[in-house]
Write a protein that binds this ligand. Structure first.
Ligand code: APR
Length: 232
C-alpha cells in the first residue's frame, strides 16, 4: 500500500531547541544585524566581505549544534508516511538527523557557488568552511554563499508547490509565515487536507483554513503530532 504523503514546512523555530537563533523572535538575528546589509542581494553587491563574515558566523554556530528531538521525531514518521520536508532553514540539521527528503527553499549554509556559473555548487567541510572575498573555486572564480538573498528569486518554489499540492497531511513547524513566497505555500494544499501547525507563539496563519494548532516547541510539538497521527 502506498504511504500517505506527509508534507512538512519548517522554519527557524525548528532549530531553536538546537541553539540556533531564530530571526524575528526577541533577541533574534534581525535585531542584531541589519537584514539589508547581510542577507539581501543589494547588500552582497555593496559589501560582500560583510556578508561572508555573517555567514561564516552562522556556520560556526551550526558546527556546534545538534539535531533536536523535533528533527529526530520527523525522521521516525518516515516509517508510516512518505515524508517530504520543505525547509526555509539553511542549516543541515534535518539531514543530520536522518530525514531522507529535504528541499531547501532558501539555500544551504554549508554550500557555496561560483559567482560566474550558478550551477557550480561546492559543499564546504566542517574543518574548511571559512569563506571570504579571496576564496576561489577550481576555475579561479570568486564564490558566494549558496543562499537565496532577499531580492532574489526562489528557484525551488515550484517543486515545493508541487509537493504541497500532493499533501495528504500538511504540517507547519516554527515559522512566523512572514516571508513570501514560502508563507504562501499553505494555500496550495487541497481544501480537505488536514493542516497542523506547531509553534509556541501565535503565528500569522491563514484564516481561510481549518488549522489544528499545537501550541508547543518543536520537540514536544512533534511528539504530540505523532500521538495524534498514530490514533488515526
Ligand atoms: N519550537 C518551534 N517554534 C519556535 C520555537 C521552538 N522552540 N521557538 C520559536 N519558535 C517560532 C517562533 O514563535 C516563530 O513563529 O519560530 C518562528 C520563527 O520565525 P522567524 O524568526 O520569522 O523565522 P522563519 O519564519 O523561519 O523566517 C523565514 O526569513 O529571514 C528570513 O530567510 C530567513 O528563512 C528565513 C525566513
Amino acid at each position: 500500500m502506498n504511504k500517505k504523503k506527509l508534507i512538512i514546512l519548517t522554519g527557524a523555530g525548528m532549530s531553536a531547541e538546537s541553539g540556533i537563533s531564530t530571526f524575528r523572535d526577541s533577541g533574534g538575528l534581525w535585531e542584531q544585524y541589519n537584514v539589508e546589509d547581510v542577507a539581501s542581494i543589494e547588500g552582497w553587491y555593496r559589501n560582500p566581505a560583510l556578508v561572508h563574515q555573517f555567514y561564516n558566523a552562522r556556520r560556526k554556530q551550526l558546527l556546534t549544534a545538534q539535531p533536536n528531538m523535533g528533527h529526530c521525531g520527523l525522521v521516525e514518521l518516515e516509517e508510516q508516511y512518505d515524508v517530504h520536508i520543505i525547509t526555509q532553514n539553511v542549516d543541515n540539521l534535518h539531514e543530520r538527523a536522518g530525514s531522507t527528503k529535504v528541499l531547501h527553499l532558501h539555500g544551504e549554509l554549508m554550500k557555496v557557488r561560483s559567482t560566474r556559473n550558478e550551477s557550480r555548487i561546492y559543499e564546504l567541510t566542517p574543518d574548511n568552511c571559512e569563506v571570504d572575498t579571496d576564496t576561489r573555486d577550481e576555475y579561479g572564480d570568486p564564490v558566494r554563499p549558496h543562499i537565496v538573498f532577499f531580492g532574489e528569486a526562489v528557484p525551488m518554489i515550484n517543486p515545493a508547490i508541487d509537493l504541497v499540492e500532493q499533501a495528504d497531511i500538511l504540517v507547519i513547524i516554527g515559522t512566523s509565515l512572514n516571508v513570501y513566497p514560502a508563507a504562501g505555500l499553505v494555500q496550495y494544499a487541497h481544501r480537505d487536507t488536514p493542516i497542523y501547525l506547531i509553534d509556541p507563539k501565535p503565528v500569522n496563519a491563514p484564516t481561510n483554513r481549518n488549522i489544528h494548532f499545537i501550541v508547543k516547541g518543536a520537540g514536544e510539538g512533534v511528539a504530540e503530532l505523532k500521538n495524534i497521527l498514530l490514533k488515526q
